[in-house]
Design a protein around this ligand. Structure first.
Ligand code: HEC
Length: 457
């Protein structure tokens, strides 16, 4: 056994690496559970990779199939719904833990010399995590995804000088469409993982190089060494990592990741709203309108990030204890209160988007075309439809209910004639003519309605 280890160590250097980094390393005395938050974030990161790979095995990254592939994964693959929820809530956990870890580093002054670059790589990692959130959001291709991404790429489009180019590159055109999905998918599963792993490697190497900052001691005073890193601090990390994973699993098993109706760009009444961790930025947009718009979309958010990045270079005092850093500590608390307030204001201001009919899984291409045409034509603004126990549409119209109409014998020829010329067929002016629709779309609407409401025998 010992000979085998010697052999391997001679070739690979793993045993000595283990000794220098873990069992032989003695971090300063007094480091406790607060120093495990980074590891908790790392645990969630690993789970995101695993659940993400499982999702990617089933996901079809095209506008026509993305939504149904997600639903098929949830409904037909054992554990699919759980895995998707895990990935969905995992994103939030990742953001929360990264931010709390950053706050810990800030309030303990751990970013000070010689750890400035550890801090910088950390800020970069947080940016990447948010990038994952932003690009991942579009992938289910539901209403929320489509409209929130439109807001996001619009904001990118208002960047001074580069805006138009940036928006066009992200969208793959003027607005969000099928090419956007392809691009966001590539960013989400190729570019960001590479960036994350690269930067994470540097971050961890720097942590190895400089060790943990001695709690409460000024710069230059690395305190007295405590117990070896392994197994003492690693045990704390294992406990916190396992607890984090446990809470995430519980959340994913209890709550279901939301999924709205299939995206339909013509749905002008839809009020977009981003995921909660972008709500603060979203709230700024509402405040700065007209000539001050770029203040909310570009200047304030970017100056904030810049200020954060510059923290270790501006704050050059040696003190690390929060009580001896009155200005830094108060600024930190003020920032947290401000961002939290913006987020809460954004959350309170929730739009009530009405329930949109969802097409059932297993529709043919024609039926799906009919489903989207029905939504574009706004038939359900006058007609009601009861499907799978839910009523869609408005009650305050004398238009017949689709489910009642079609349950009886109703021929496509009648349907088609009514759509083309309601006034001639029914003598009504209450229904607009749909003679402008291509023949295939009228037939497709019929096919879709027939799928939902089969004729009674
Ligand atoms: C602006 C409101 C409105 C919209 C939008 C509308 N309808 Fe109608 N529709 C009506 C009203 C009102 C009637 C009943 C007219 C009557 O019988 O006097 C009707 C009647 C019909 C009928 C005939 C029912 C019968 O008794 O034979 C069909 C079929 C129909 N609508 C289909 C559609 C479809 C499909 C769409 C979407 C492409 C649509 N309608 C959009 C208001 C609307």
């Amino acid at each position: 056994m010992g000979r085998l280890l010697d052999f391997l160590d001679d070739r690979l250097g793993i045993v000595s690496a283990w000794r220098t980094s873990m069992s032989g390393k003695r971090p300063p005395a007094g480091i406790g559970f607060l120093r495990t938050l980074g590891f908790a974030a790392l645990t969630v990161c690993a789970l995101q990779f695993l659940s993400g790979i499982a999702l990617a095995f089933h996901y079809v990254p095209t506008a026509g199939l993305a939504y149904d592939s997600i639903r098929a994964f949830e409904q037909e693959v054992p554990g699919g719904a759980f895995v998707r929820s895990l990935h969905h809530f995992g994103a939030s956990f990742f953001v929360v833990l990264a931010v709390v870890h950053l706050a810990r580093v800030f309030f303990t002054g751990a970013y000070k010399a010689p750890r400035e670059f550890t801090w910088l790589t950390g800020i970069g990692l947080l940016g990447i995590v948010l990038g994952f959130g932003f690009t991942g959001y579009l992938l289910p291709w539901d209403q929320k995804a489509y409209f929130a991404t439109n807001v996001g790429t619009e904001i990118a489009g208002r960047t001074p000088l580069l805006g138009d180019a940036l928006r066009t590159v992200l969208n793959g055109g003027d607005e969000v469409g099928p090419p956007t999905l392809t691009r966001f998918y590539v960013i989400h599963v190729v570019l960001l993982p590479i960036a994350l792993l690269g930067l994470l490697a540097v971050h961890l190497m720097l942590i190895q190089r400089h060790g943990v900052a001695a709690p409460g001691r000024p710069v230059g005073d690395e305190g007295s060494p405590g117990l070896p890193y392994f197994p003492h601090h690693t045990l704390k990390e294992a406990i916190v990592g396992a607890a984090t994973a446990g809470v995430l699993f519980l959340a994913a098993a209890t709550f279901h990741a939301p999924l709205e109706a299939l995206a339909e760009p013509s749905d002008a009444g839809y009020e977009p709203r981003p995921d909660w961790y972008f709500l603060a930025a979203f709230q700024l947009l509402k405040w700065f309108k007209g000539p001050f718009e770029s203040l909310g979309t570009f200047w304030l958010p970017n100056l904030f990030v810049l200020a954060l990045a510059l923290v270790p270079f501006v704050d050059r005092t040696p003190e690390r204890h929060w009580r001896k850093r009155k200005l830094a500590t108060s600024l930190g608390i003020a920032t947290i209160v401000f961002v939290a307030t913006l987020t809460i204001l954004g959350a309170l201001d929730a739009p009530d988007n009405q329930r949109v009919l969802r097409h059932p899984l297993g529709c043919t291409e024609t039926e799906k075309l009919g489903y989207l045409a029905l939504r574009r034509a706004r038939c359900l603004e006058c007609h009601e439809l009861e499907y799978a126990g839910t009523r869609y549409g408005t009650e305050d119209h004398d238009a017949p209910r689709f489910d009642e109409l079609l349950a009886e014998r109703y021929a496509f020829s009648t349907f088609d004639a009514v759509l083309r010329d309601p006034e001639g067929e029914l003598g009504t002016e209450d229904m607009p003519a749909f003679d402008y629709l291509p023949d295939v779309e009228r037939a497709a609407i019929w096919a879709f309605l027939r799928k939902l409401v089969p004729e009674k025998q």
